[in-house]
Write a protein that binds this ligand. Structure first.
Ligand code: GUN
Length: 294
């Protein structure tokens, strides 16, 4: 292995320490903690794990964490009523509805019901639009975390050739917009892209967010590139338990790249740190305070 291993866990811890300082200052000024409400519908085990770790991190940063667990059978009207209550609650600065939602509920309608000022996931069209045209957006946590890692590794990104594999609203599209705002030359690749390996070989920055285990191979990567792996895929392991791998064949790519994020311990911890950041930023904006630079 010649690549540097980008320490997302360590970088996220440092960021969380700065956020905790910002939370303490906010409490001092406003007389209450920033509040984050997380809504979980149903019993999906992966979602339950995410929601629990979000709650723990929120409390550890000194924020107020409120969890709402609703039955799998809940109606869309009941969920929308809860969101209305949280929108009106002055002690709640951030609302996160864990996705996916059960089939009887229209996800877009639910996201549209969240007050954009409390939309700490950055999924509301108003925030997506502001990210696209410029302005005070709340930006989706995972691409924001990836950008933070890239800046920690490379400093100024101006003029870099960036390829983002994946065009989801949650990762691929906002990632591309963030890189464009940093003056990168950005290409978004997806399942219908022709000659993906050749395209990837041109990238100084390669972000993989496709959800296919170890798809990006060593031969796809330009020597000296920085590779960010957003994937979390469970594959069968020798011990029958399975293990987590990313969208990048780590050992192969580490022979070629200048730097690469591991899975786990790369992008994952950054996503939660950015959720806390967005909650703190939303709290400052709602109180009309100058927001902390994080
Ligand atoms: N499900 C998987 N990732 C996410 C995320 O970032 N936010 C929400 N709300 N749900 C998710």
């Amino acid at each position: 292995m010649s690549a540097r291993r980008i320490d997302g866990k360590g970088i996220a811890e440092a960021l969380r320490a700065r956020i905790a300082d910002g939370v303490a200052a906010f409490r001092e000024t406003v007389g209450r903690p920033p509040g984050l409400a997380v809504v979980l519908v149903g019993e999906d085990p992966a979602s339950s794990v995410y929601v629990r770790s979000k709650g723990k991190a929120t409390g550890a940063a000194g924020m107020r964490s409120v969890e709402h667990r609703l039955a799998d059978s809940v109606s869309e009207a009941e969920l929308l009523a809860l969101i209305g209550e949280l929108n009106r609650d002055p002690g709640i600065d951030g609302i996160l509805v864990q996705l996916p939602l059960p089939g009887q509920i229209d996800e877009q309608r639910v996201i549209a019901a969240i007050d954009p000022a409390k939309d700490v996931d950055g999924f509301h069209v108003e925030n997506a639009g502001r990210l696209a045209v410029g302005g005070e957006a709340l930006v989706p946590c995972t691409p924001l975390g990836c950008l933070h890692l890239l800046k920690a590794e490379l400093g100024d990104l101006t003029g870099k050739d960036a390829v983002v594999i994946g065009r989801s609203n949650i990762v691929g599209k906002p990632m591309a917009l963030l890189l464009l705002a940093e003056s990168c030359t950005v290409t978004i690749a997806h399942s219908r892209t022709r000659d993906l390996p050749e395209l990837c070989r041109r990238a100084d920055i390669l972000v993989a967010a496709v959800g296919r285990a170890e798809m990006v191979r060593g031969a796809w990567v330009k020597p000296g590139a920085v590779v960010i792996d957003v994937g979390i895929n469970r594959i069968a392991g020798g011990d029958g338990k399975g293990r987590l791998v990313g969208d990048v064949a780590f050992d192969e790519v580490a022979e070629v790249a200048a730097a690469i994020t591991p899975v786990p311990g790369g992008v994952g911890p950054m996503t939660i740190a950015m959720l806390l950041r967005n909650t703190l930023v939303a709290a400052h904006r709602r109180e009309g305070l100058e927001e902390p630079r994080l």
